[in-house]
Design a protein around this ligand. Structure first.
Ligand code: GLN
Length: 492
């Protein structure tokens, strides 16, 4: 591998190369930065690039590695590996916009815990990736900084809301990237871009420093090219954080992956509610075929039912906007970023928020405020909370019978830019198979399972019981040992 195509290496390959001394972190980082340079005008995966910081961190990593050769000191596990971070995660000294005008000049004085842990493990920050404003969307078209394009077809969306991170990994600009997933924002773009992505159990990865959207649903997730790559980073960022009271103080397993693709004894459920009329036939075919492959590896596959699935979409679109309307109240023109000149305080709020928020964010704030208002609270928000409990119970009952659930991520492959622009409901429908997982708080791992006739990636997801990410890594890794969908790269 020559120095100028090091960006093609997967995270595990890059780590092995660094450990063998085949190349330096500086060379690897420069290759990623050059790749970004060459493609960014077409893909637009980033809002902010940090090349100087990246080179400085890479040089530092190389110095640490060189010193350890003499001293024999233990090295941070991910030393010198590049990573990109979704622009909803706070990065110290690096602008964090959330894809919004209202935070255009917000420079956090601290790192999100998950980001800090990745840096402590030795990772090198390439930059901040594009996303739908405040992570509200499924296409990355709602960014105030312009849309990201899908590396497999530049006329199509990469999915969202973490579309910049997904596109960056798919386009081989970085071997790994952070995302956030409140209703599918890691899994759906992973699926549209032909890469792997994990949404952890609620409470497994600290949300400290993740700008809040729907706090009871938000999670910090990851993108990479394979389940193995995901597991390497995940093991570093997972675990209790005293700064996030919802994280659980449970031991984080080492996620060692098996040497052989053996799924004997693993019970996999296939929920009948996730194969619906109107979904793209090729998506169903690819997912069913992948499930057969899991069975061929020894898994016991059976049909199961998650009876309240159909209510997930309305429940989510009440709870998430309700929480968002409260969370976004803090952007008042006084404490953060934008501040429109005004005579009175009320005018300041109105003008700042009017100018600073995009239309989807305003729509969510209005929906959420309505659902929470006196007289409607019980009928909408309260009712949604009760149904959420039923959805969560569906998962708990299912995981008494099976170890994992296999199903599609989205009803179709990537759609065209602008295709759902005037139809918010059509956009919300993209999330039917991903939202229930956030409502249930369980983990999900998306990975590529084939291509449709137009050459667009088809993804599927595996779901696990609470805090059982290990089974997801194990199954997806076994699948990736016997298939090569995850190694395919878009021709750019
Ligand atoms: N598309 C969903 C929404 O717009 C989910 C977004 C997310 O997971 N952040 O709310």
């Amino acid at each position: 591998m020559s120095a100028n195509n090091l960006h093609e290496l997967s995270l595990a390959q890059a780590l092995a190369g660094l450990q063998r001394g085949d190349f330096s972190s500086r060379e690897l980082t420069d290759a990623c930065l050059a790749r970004i340079d060459g493609l960014e005008t077409r893909v637009h995966a980033f809002i902010t690039l940090t090349p100087d910081l990246a080179r400085q961190q890479a040089d530092q990593a190389d110095a640490v590695r060189a010193r350890a050769k003499k001293t024999g000191e233990a090295l941070p596990p991910l030393l010198g590996l590049p990573v990109a971070v979704k622009d909803v995660l706070c990065t110290r000294g690096v602008r964090t916009t959330c894809g919004s005008r209202i935070l255009e000049n917000f420079v956090p004085p601290f790192n999100a815990t998950a980001v800090q842990r990745a840096l402590d493990a030795g990772m090198v920050l390439l930059g901040k990736t594009n996303n739908d404003e405040f992570a509200m969307g499924s296409s990355t078209e709602n960014s105030a900084y312009g849309p990201t394009r899908n590396p497999w077809d530049l006329a199509r969306v990469p999915g969202g809301s973490s579309g910049g991170s997904a596109a960056a990994v798919a386009a081989r600009m970085t071997p790994a990237a952070f995302g956030s997933d409140t209703g599918g924002s890691v899994r759906q773009p992973a699926s549209y871009c032909g890469i792997s992505g994990i949404k952890p159990t609620y409470g497994r990865v600290s949300r400290y420093g993740l700008v809040a959207y729907g706090s009871s649903l938000d999670s910090v997730g990851l993108f990479a090219r394979s389940a193995e790559d995901l597991s390497l980073v995940f093991s570093q960022i997972a675990g209790y954080d005293e700064r996030d009271a919802t994280t659980l103080d449970l031991p984080v397993p080492s996620y060692d992956l098996p040497q052989a693709p053996d799924l004997n004894g693993v019970r996999i459920g296939v929920p009948k509610e996730y194969f619906i009329a109107g979904m793209q036939a090729e998506v169903e075919a690819c997912v069913r075929q992948a499930i057969e492959q899991l069975q061929a590896l020894g898994a016991q596959v059976r049909e199961i039912s998650l009876p309240h699935t159909e209510y997930a979409l309305p429940v989510y679109y009440l709870i998430a906007p309700a929480e968002a309307s409260a969370n976004l109240a803090r952007y008042d023109g006084i404490r953060y970023g934008l501040s429109e000149e005004s005579e009175t305080m009320l005018e300041l709020y109105r003008r700042t928020r009017g100018a600073g928020f995009g239309s989807e964010v305003k729509r969510r704030i209005m929906l959420g405020t309505y659902a929470l208002s006196a007289g409607y609270y019980d009928a909408y928000y309260g009712q949604a909370q009760k149904v959420r409990t039923l959805i969560k119970r569906d998962f708990e009952q299912a995981f008494e019978q099976v170890d994992a659930i296999a199903c599609p991520v989205a009803p179709s492959t990537a759609f065209k830019l602008g295709e759902h622009a005037d139809d918010p409901l059509a956009m919300y429908l993209e999330d039917v198979f991903t939202l229930p997982i956030n409502l249930g708080g369980v983990p999900g791992l998306a990975f590529p399972a084939g291509f449709d006739r137009q050459g667009l990636p088809v993804g599927m997801q595996l779901l696990g019981g609470h805090f059982n990410e290990a089974v997801l890594f194990r199954i997806a890794h076994a699948y990736q040992m016997v298939t090569d969908w995850h190694t395919r790269a878009p021709a750019l």
